[in-house]
Design a protein around this ligand. Structure first.
Ligand SMILES: Cc1ncc(C[n+]2csc(CCOP(=O)(O)OP(=O)(O)O)c2C)c(N)n1
Length: 654
């Protein structure tokens, strides 16, 4: 609750990044920007002359973090350095570098608190670096926070992601906040954990929290126990040089991991929220599921007082892996049943089982499934407050026959059924923006098929474009290498955005050339990484450079199509590049598909949203041209909408 006297009368957008003791309003993305500032302030308060470094690669729910960091550059100051990565794994390698500051030679700072960020698939592709980096470790005056963005319901992704298991593969502990304030709190704890244990520390952020916003009265207060003092036998766990792989492994398994668990225990990161000794039903929950569980309990009419009276004890896990065992054992004592409520695959539930194994009179542990093997808190789709309320309510009614909970449960079930029925009419499929170049660029000639990839052009999959199938970012066309060897189809088109080409896709073209398959890459040069917010490509990719790069890969032919081929003087582009007006795209594609080997068609047209932004800012002239369909002669057949594939063309009742 924020007192009226604390409210600002003068407000500015920068307030979210000010530290003047006043409340501030910020969204999930901005909370990570503020986190970097908090970390620097914390280190300065500890008397350390350290810096903060942030790098990674965009993708929802971390799509706008780079823009937010760049927008706040002045307020961040010179000791917080932001550098967008070319892709996730190379960015993580740069983070590894920041931790080498103390061993490499004299530095300008005592250490660097590094933040890496990436969307779930980016976490996956960075696996090798995360393993290497975590084995090498973090610097004593540094620390690494690995921010993994998960889109659990696949709102803006190609996989409904859960990053924990990738982080676990690299033996990186995971912290899972349940609110915007906790994102900052756990972020700071993560850096401390990293310094104390020599590990890299994971911070899981999810779409629902990143896309929400909150007013906060104050920054999180963090007081941590010095775990080094608690573990006197532990030698320094930090990154060192020289170092050997087996010494790293020993340090990781025998010292760094136990240090992380000790850190969690000593600081009581996981804690009992409410409950007493008489409780019989325990609820363990984590991350966003904690917030949903509280909502579910409220929907069931269970405030803290009522819940305790019904014999419920609630436990909130801050670090789902490695799960600190002492707290769990203490919590479980005296309980008959434990419900583990967590999103996606079971992670905490399995560890709870392991930690309670061998306990006298152990409670029944349910989570993903009930005792009959029926789904209780499913691992697929959305585990929202409604589904959780249904699960918890059912168990309470079963154990207590409580009438009020039973009545609330009936209401919740009715609401869930009604919501399910409405949903089928209210889902709006995504579509190209009006004026999107992909609307025309993704067409293929009669008799041909195409593959999609990562980017806005992915939406062509649900349009009449004979576009069937896609790959992960950077794999574009490599699936054809395997498929072509056994297919009777002679040739395919592969769409690839310029952002993806720069990130990693250029390597897929090299692979296709090496395999000598018949494929035409359509490089959709829209001058933006459009789908994530229209960022610029993270380096220079002029048309000339792009043409020279693909030519150097050894492709058989390169054709450039645009709305104005005369724009490029002959000598601006390398020799041998054909240029055509984009109206000729069909004929161009027909000719390219007959050419054996790898060919490239570059479709040059700026992203429509970027064009609109540039025009609004007066940076691009308005063409002053409007096409009007005369409604006096229009027969209302709707063909113009269909043929133009443009949402802005709306059929008129005539
Ligand atoms: C490994 C990985 N990193 C990040 C993303 C997030 N992502 C989805 S679409 C996209 C933009 C691709 O840009 P571009 O290739 O230029 O295509 P456009 O959106 O401009 O059509 C990104 C970065 C992802 N899907 N996978």
């Amino acid at each position: 609750m924020i007192a009226l006297s604390m409210l600002r009368t003068n407000v500015s957008l920068d307030d979210r990044y000010r530290f003047d003791g006043r409340p501030f309003y910020l969204n999930g993305t901005q909370s990570l920007v503020r986190l970097t500032m908090l970390e620097l302030r914390r280190r300065r308060a500890q008397g350390r002359h350290t810096a903060v470094y942030a790098t990674g690669y965009r993708g929802s729910p971390l799509g706008g973090f780079d823009q937010a960091m760049m927008g706040a550059a002045k307020l961040l100051g010179k000791d917080i350095v932001f550098q967008p990565g070319m892709n996730e794994d190379l960015a993580a390698t740069a983070v590894w570098g920041t931790q080498q500051l103390g061993t490499f030679g004299p530095g300008r700072y005592e250490g660097v608190s590094a933040l890496w960020y990436g969307k779930g698939p980016g976490v996956d592709r960075t696996g090798d670096v995360l393993k290497h980096g975590n084995l090498a470790g973090s610097a004593g005056e540094g620390g690494v926070l690995v921010v993994a963005g998960d889109d659990h319901t696949c709102k803006s992704s190609t996989t409904a992601h859960q990053s924990e298991f990738s982080l676990i593969a690299a033996m990186i502990p995971v912290l899972a906040p349940s609110s915007i304030a906790e994102q900052m709190e756990y972020g700071l704890i993560g850096w401390e954990l990293s310094r104390a244990s020599g590990l890299w520390a994971g911070l899981k952020v999810v779409t629902e929290i990143m896309d929400s916003s909150e007013s906060l009265a104050a920054d999180p207060m963090i007081r941590l126990v010095n775990t080094e003092a608690l573990m006197p036998s532990t030698k320094s766990l930090s990154l060192r040089w020289p170092d050997t792989p087996l010494a790293q492994e020993e340090r990781l398994h025998r010292h760094k991991m136990p240090a992380a668990i000790e850190f969690a225990r000593a600081n009581r990161l996981d804690r009992v929220i409410f409950g007493n000794r008489q409780a019989r039903l325990g609820i363990i929950t984590v991350g966003k599921a904690y917030a949903d569980t509280r909502q579910a309990m409220s929907d069931l009419g269970l405030n803290e007082h009522r819940a305790v009276a019904l014999g419920i004890r609630l436990y909130k896990v801050a670090m789902p892996w490695p799960l600190e065992p002492a707290g769990i054992r203490e919590f479980a004592s005296g309980l008959e049943e434990i419900l583990v409520i967590e999103e996606k695959r079971s992670l905490v539930e399995d560890q709870v089982r392991r930690h309670l194994y061998g306990m006298q009179n152990p409670p029944r542990i349910l989570g993903k499934h009930d005792e009959e093997g029926m789904w209780l808190f499913p691992s697929d789709g959305d585990l929202g407050a409604g589904v959780i309320a249904r699960g918890i309510g059912g168990r309470i009614v079963r154990a207590t026959q409580d009438r009020a909970v039973s009545a609330a449960l009936t209401r919740i079930n009715m609401a869930l059924n009604a919501a399910g029925a409405i949903e089928q009419f209210t889902t709006r499929p995504p579509h190209f923006c009006p004026g999107c170049p992909h609307s025309a660029s993704t067409k293929v000639p009669e008799g041909s098929k195409a593959f999609a990839g990562i980017g806005c052009h992915y939406l062509a999959l649900s349009m009449e474009r004979r576009t069937e199938g896609f790959t992960q970012m950077g794999g574009e066309g490599a699936n054809w290498i395997g498929l072509a060897a056994f297919s009777s189809t002679e040739h395919v088109f592969q769409n690839i955005g310029d952002g993806t080409y720069f990130h990693s896709g250029s390597l897929a073209i090299r692979a296709a050339v090496a395999a000598n398959v018949n494929i035409t890459y359509k490089i959709l040069y829209n001058h933006a990484v459009a789908m994530t917010g229209g960022q610029a490509i993270d380096g220079e990719l002029t048309l000339r450079r792009l043409c020279r790069q693909v030519a150097a890969e050894g492709v058989k032919q390169i054709v450039l199509v645009s709305d104005d081929p005369a724009r490029y003087p002959r000598d601006a582009l390398p020799n041998g590049i054909e240029m055509h007006h984009r109206d000729e795209i069909d004929a161009v594609q027909r000719s390219l598909r007959e050419t054996k080997g790898v060919t490239v068609l570059i479709y040059d047209q700026t992203c429509a949203t970027e064009v609109r932004r540039l025009r609004k800012r007066g940076k691009l002239p308005d063409p002053g041209l409007t096409i009007i369909i005369n409604d006096l002669v229009c027969e209302g057949c709707g063909d113009c909408s269909h043929a133009s594939n443009c949402l802005a063309v709306i059929p008129l009742e005539t």
